[in-house]
Ligand binder design. Structure first.
Ligand SMILES: NC(=O)c1ccc[n+]([C@@H]2O[C@H](COP(=O)([O-])OP(=O)(O)OC[C@H]3O[C@@H](n4cnc5c(N)ncnc54)[C@H](O)[C@@H]3O)[C@@H](O)[C@H]2O)c1
Ligand SMILES: N[C@@H](CCC=O)C(=O)O
Length: 551
């Protein structure tokens, strides 16, 4: 149990604008040029040693210029995984015994370093390596990660403050122990903040962590690890294994000390990892906690009363920022006929005019998709849509891989609400639109609810209060993050705790105390201050003798 002081009240990190002529733009541009001119060795972090893993090599390239190599790494082998697990196990007890305040101070320092001197490095690495524009990098690798680091400390303190009642003569306490083993954090390519949060949240709660980032996020993962070290994170508390994770999972998921999986990525990968844990369930010392946030097919419902400009902005930003590579991206829209008649032309024109280009050109609205696999998936989806009699490509629809993995922001309408554009998570810049008759609002809400197995994010655009209420009610389980008159993306830590249910995940809400509690195993302690010294209870005594009654 830790003695506790109070932690600094968290505030959200302000988003910088990077306007032409601003000092932040000059300093970021210089760092972009530096990182772009280097080829970094992207090592594994195995506690006391940082070295390349022993498996097949791979390169991290720029999505917007795929001939440009930013870093070289290698896939981690089973032997690397064993070394990483042993490194975390060696320090587990010391870390668990480190007072909360001291653990918290490391992550608070990391937040300040990132908000200040490390900001350009993480932003530049995220822009170059993951194809984010400056705005998208800033809200992710700077602000959201700073927020996770700051707010989690405050949430952890809130958890520690939840203590039981004590009756007279007794002192009851809850000891928020770390889990009885290590946590496996497996993270996606698309958010540097998520990749940073998944290992640090369990570590803050006193756990040690084996972190397996996505190969396409390895450049910013490398810098995140360096940042944590600069903030004072001891060797082995978080170990990091680059690569595809196949050999790593063979070791980690079979290890008796596996105490938790903290995952974000696709449904298929999550279900595969959970199945493997299930298969080995009798082989663990304690039942592993499984937390996973996965895919989405996120909706925007536009009511006849909607403001057309609000709808257009929510659709374009929601669907095409970061080329739709957010689990929260708007990828299916249901638009009332009367609104569509006024919206269609502007939506198409605005989509066609979006600047799509190299992330180093700060005037780009968005850039390329992450890699060849994503690019091919979009090429095939667009070919299918073009040849389908029920689909009409209204904007975009073209791809180009000559320099980068480019897919133009695309709007496709279909009369068939069962078409795959309304059901499949392409994870890219394709927005499916279904136009419904104005009188069909209630039935369209049922359609939205039932069309996909997901339940991540969604939005309703309406001026009519009853329409908003109805959507909120009918779509209660269709989205874990529900937006009214806004895009369905851009959740802010501490303001809109993030996560969905159904196929979209376990809904443990990253950036909230509900997530952190999953990384604690509470122990109830009862201390009796004046303990009893006799066995008998009052009911066992002899009946009192009535006055005058013979004994
Ligand atoms: N709900 C959310 O909060 C959220 C946030 C971001 C991304 N996502 C989802 O993530 C997906 C996109 O990310 P992605 O392409 O990186 O997902 P992915 O499932 O392909 O990969 C996720 C991670 O799993 C790893 N992985 C795959 N197989 C593995 C194995 N056998 N053992 C160990 N690791 C393994 C990958 O290398 C990567 O690190 C989309 O479906 C998106 O919706 C969800
Ligand atoms: N939290 C992010 C999405 C994360 C998924 O990729 C948002 O709200 O847009």
């Amino acid at each position: 149990m830790d003695a506790r002081t109070s932690v600094p009240p968290p505030v959200n990190e302000p988003v910088r604008g990077y306007a032409p002529g601003s000092p932040e733009r000059a300093s970021l541009t210089a760092r972009l040029a530096e990182l772009a001119s280097q080829t970094v060795e992207l090592t594994a972090d195995l506690g006391s040693q940082q070295r390349l893993p022993g498996g097949a090599p791979f390169e991290v390239t720029m999505p917007s210029d795929h001939h440009h190599v930013l870093g070289r790494s290698a896939h981690s082998t089973a032997e690397d995984a064993r070394t990483a697990v042993e490194a975390t196990r060696r320090v587990a007890r010391d870390w668990a015994d480190t007072p909360f305040d001291e653990r918290a101070a490391i992550f608070l320092r990391a937040a300040e370093l990132l908000a200040g001197p490390w900001r350009d490095t993480l932003n530049a690495a995220t822009m170059l390596g993951q194809g984010k524009t400056v705005q998208q990098a800033e809200i992710d690798s700077a602000c959201e990660l700073v927020d996770f680091l700051r707010f989690n400390v405050a949430f952890a303190q809130q958890i520690h403050e939840v203590q039981p009642l004590s009756s007279p003569g007794v002192w009851n306490r809850t000891d928020y122990r770390p889990l009885d083993g290590f946590v496996y954090a497996v993270t996606p390519f698309n958010f540097t903040a998520i990749a940073g949060n998944l290992p640090t949240a369990p570590a803050l709660m006193g756990n040690t962590v084996v972190w397996k980032p996505s190969p396409t996020q390895q450049l910013s993962a490398h810098h995140t690890m360096q940042l944590l070290r600069a903030a004072g994170l001891p060797d082995g508390v978080i170990t990091m294994l680059p690569g595809d994770g196949l050999a790593v999972s063979d070791v980690v998921l079979e290890h008796p000390d596996l105490a938790g999986l903290h995952f974000t990525g696709s449904v298929a990968t999550f279900q595969h990892l959970w199945q493997r844990i299930g298969q080995n369930i009798a082989g663990y010392r304690a039942y592993p906690r499984v937390v996973g946030e996965t895919g989405g097919k996120d909706f925007v419902v536009v009511h006849p009363s909607a403001d057309v400009d609000v709808a257009r902005t929510a659709l374009v930003r929601g669907a095409f920022e970061y080329s739709g590579q957010k689990c929260s991206a708007a990828s299916r829209a249901y638009i009332a006929r009367s609104v569509w008649d006024r919206l269609c032309e502007d939506l198409v024109e605005q989509t066609e005019s979006l600047a799509v280009g190299d992330v180093r050109d700060l005037s780009s609205f968005t850039s390329a998709v992450i890699d060849q696999r994503a690019w091919s998936r979009h090429r095939d989806a667009l070919q299918r849509a073009r040849s389908s009699s029920s689909c009409q490509v209204l904007a975009g629809g073209t791809v180009d891989d000559s320099v980068g993995w480019y897919v133009r922001p695309t709007v496709i309408t279909s009369d068939d609400p069962a078409d795959e554009i309304f059901r499949t998570e392409y994870f890219g810049p394709i927005l499916g639109v279904h136009v419904y008759p104005d009188a069909g609002y209630e039935s369209v809400l049922d359609l939205v609810d039932e069309a996909t197995p997901y339940g991540l994010t969604g939005a309703v655009i309406a001026e009519d209060r009853e329409a908003v209420r109805l959507a909120g009610h009918r779509l209660r389980h269709a989205a874990g993050n529900f937006y009214v008159n806004d895009k369905p993306t851009g959740a802010v830590v501490g303001q809109q705790p993030f996560g969905g249910s159904r196929a979209s995940g376990t809904n443990d809400k990253a950036g909230s105390m509900w997530n952190l509690i999953r990384w604690a195993s509470p122990r109830s302690i009862k201390e009796t201050l004046l303990p009893p010294t006799t066995v008998e209870y009052p009911h066992m005594g002899a009946e009192p003798v009535a006055p005058g009654e013979a004994e």
